[in-house]
Design a protein around this ligand. Structure first.
Ligand code: PLP
Length: 411
């Protein structure tokens, strides 16, 4: 087992160690939930103050031009592009992940006419599947949402499939799909792929272009640290962009929004996927949060993520033997994203006790305690201490208190 000394050594030699001071994190908290809500980059409050006071307060409506508010969705998209293996002009920031899924799923079904199956995974994030049900019911063209287990996906891709819609990294277990292999299989059968990158962008290198992926969406408030409810983003491979017919045909996606002409005509390229006026304050926060990624070596990010996760798994398993906890994530780093989950029959109460002790992770029904590893701002020693805290809470049954057993609305 790794010991404290080795963790301190790893932290001293951490090539990403310098990013920690770029974030505001409260004293006394070990934050292993950056996969649900990323921490606050120090650059964000500064930028927001400027946008609110100078651009809004003083510039008023002039700031749409003078402060380039109108370009924010494109500019933010271009900052996200290198993190997901996209080219400039292939990504735009807009709406929420759920709404972007709706838009791109509708577009995909129209690009592949004559096919009726949306293929996805039974364990996919619920909103992704709810949206697919909604699209199916709205279109009334006999579409089918076909759900299979992860292991059965390759075999389930056949000539009836219009679009393969998957989340690259599973939100419960951290299991990571082979994006290139699944995309290639879909293309061999003439289907498109739509990837949800919510748990992968900013957690590890993603290569949409290299994988040949067609469409993608993702979340701004997890590993990208854009703040609660941050705008999401969407990706459309260049070659498909002018074949997309936007189902939410709003003026911001119009060819000439300020010509105020009658009749909708979609903009060229990625911009047609916009709908209404961008939320400037939220966009500015995400924009500022994204700046530090230009300095990040993604290979180093992935390497640290793997070390943190292995350190955590090894320490928890060593210290919690016989305490009713089992690994729910793949043991092979190659098959994982940047999070690790364990099962425990009293998972909810265990997580509440951990949070009370200053170790913030989260709980996912029915029995998972989940820990996210954000290599930009986590230290090895913190991950080690968090694992020891799990062991202490289980050993002393500190979870067994009425206040920890009572469920809150948000888990
Ligand atoms: C977080 C997450 C979402 C969030 O969707 P919202 O529309 O932002 O609420 C969607 N899908 C996946 C896979 C996620 O992890």
């Amino acid at each position: 087992m790794v010991d404290r000394k080795q963790c301190e050594e790893l932290d001293r030699n951490d090539p990403l160690g310098r990013f920690r001071e770029r974030f505001l994190l409260p004293e006394g908290v070990l934050y292993l939930d950056g996969n649900s809500l990323g921490a606050l980059p120090k650059a964000v409050p500064e930028r927001l103050r400027e946008v609110v006071e100078r651009e809004w307060g003083w510039g008023l409506i002039r700031s749409w031009n003078s402060a380039h508010w109108i370009d924010l969705p494109r500019r933010v998209g271009d900052k996200i592009a290198p993190l997901i293996g996209a080219h400039p002009g292939e990504v735009v920031a807009a709406d929420s992940t759920s709404v972007n899924l709706f838009k791109l799923l509708c577009a995909a079904l129209e690009i592949v006419p004559g096919r009726r199956v949306i293929l996805s995974e039974a364990g996919n994030f619920p909103t992704d599947l709810y949206v697919a049900e909604g699209v199916r019911d709205l279109l009334r063209q006999g579409h089918e949402l076909r759900l299979v287990e992860a292991e059965g996906l390759l075999d389930a891709i056949d000539e009836t499939v219009a679009v393969l819609m998957l989340t690259q990294v599973d939100f419960r277990t951290g299991y990571r799909h082979d994006m290139a292999a699944l995309t290639a299989a879909a293309h061999r059968k003439g289907a498109l792929t739509l990837w949800d990158l919510s748990h992968s962008a900013g957690a590890m290198p993603v290569d949409l272009d290299g994988s040949g992926a067609d469409l993608a969406v993702g979340c701004g408030y997890k590993y990208l640290n854009g703040g609660p409810g941050a705008p999401a983003y969407l990706y459309v491979r260049r070659a498909l962009q002018d074949r997309v017919r936007p189902p939410l045909s709003g003026w911001m996606g119009h060819r000439e929004p300020f010509a105020f002409t009658a009749g909708y005509a979609p903009a060229k390229g990625i911009a047609r996927n916009l709908c209404g006026t961008p939320p400037v304050l939220a966009m500015a926060a995400l924009d500022a949060a994204l700046d530090l990624w230009a300095e990040v070596d993604m290979a180093a990010l992935r390497a640290k993520s793997v070390v943190l996760a292995e350190l955590f798994i090894a320490t928890v398993e060593e210290c919690c033997a016989g305490l009713g906890i089992t690994l729910a994530s793949p043991r092979e780093a190659e098959q994982r994203g940047s999070q690790v989950s364990f099962r425990h029959a009293q998972g909810y109460a265990v997580m509440q006790a951990l949070i009370a002790a200053g170790v913030i992770g989260d709980f996912r029904a029915p029995d998972l305690i989940r820990f996210g590893f954000t290599p930009l701002y986590l230290r090895h020693i913190e991950v080690f201490d968090a694992a020891l805290a799990v062991a202490e809470i289980l050993r002393e049954e500190r979870w067994n208190r009425a206040e920890y057993l009572r469920r809150a609305v948000v888990t």
